[in-house]
Design a binder for this molecule. Structure first.
Ligand code: FMN
Length: 213
């Protein structure tokens, strides 16, 4: 079911949802497929469509991926968190971000679904032109997927920390590591409530210049 939100509201309120993911509510495959159908309308270089999308909704495999996420975060099996510096110092709500990032770890074992988009090829050793084309051919589709989720009352997080465990995740899911790059790790669930706010961002006046740097 679609929420009554304008396009601008969807653009400004699609957040990285962690604490408010409802892991008790099943997500039908049909909903994920509907969102992906929309997402795949995104542009991609030469319209090659050579992306791959893996949705993990088998509870045992979700738990294995959760283990990899924990390992990537540096969370020990005791639940203790080693001192790791994740933050950039720019967002005024960074303490909340870190708390939220670790709260997600607690929920991952029971996540209804996890999406792992794959782009063809490896970026290692590639020219900037090639890398721009590779990332640029999938990022829009992934963001469209997140917007489509939001429009239907679901949420996700764009997580790249799992790339630290790319090899282990590839082994788990049978991904040929030398042929595909994992773009990220996207838990998918209905959100607890559907009211989300605009985020803090640097104002346009601070980051925009005309006709030069
Ligand atoms: C490329 C990228 C990588 C990210 N990696 C992670 C991650 O590994 N773990 C995580 O919890 N959040 C991750 N995030 C979510 C960001 O922390 C989040 O988007 C940011 O704090 C702003 O919050 P908002 O999206 O709710 O406005 C990532 C976001 C992007 C775009």
């Amino acid at each position: 079911m679609k929420l009554d939100l304008t396009f601008d509201e969807i653009l400004t309120t699609t957040r990285a949802v962690r604490k408010r993911l409802d892991t008790t509510r099943a997500v039908p495959r049909s909903v994920i497929e509907e969102c992906l159908e929309l997402a795949l309308q995104a542009p991609n270089g030469s319209n090659r469509n050579d992306w791959r999308w893996i949705v993990v909704d088998d509870p045992a495999m979700v738990r294995k991926l959760a283990d990899e996420y924990r390992a990537a975060m540096g969370v020990l099996s005791s639940g203790a968190v080693p001192s790791v510096r994740y933050l950039s110092g720019s967002d005024p709500r960074e303490d909340k971000l870190l708390e939220s990032a670790f709260a997600l770890v607690e929920k991952l074992d029971t996540m209804p679904a996890i999406l792992i988009p794959l782009m063809p090829g490896r970026v290692e050793g590639k020219s900037v032109v090639d890398q721009a084309s590779m990332w640029g051919s999938i990022v829009q589709a992934v963001w469209s997927f997140m917007l489509a989720l939001r429009s239907r009352g679901l949420g996700s997080i764009w997580a790249t920390v799992t790339s630290r465990r790319e090899k282990e995740i590839a082994e788990l899911l049978g991904i040929p590591l030398d042929e595909y790059t994992q773009v990220g790790f996207f838990p998918v669930a209905y959100t607890i409530g559907t009211d989300f706010k605009r985020a803090w961002r640097k104002p346009v006046s601070e980051v925009l210049t005309y006709n030069g740097f």
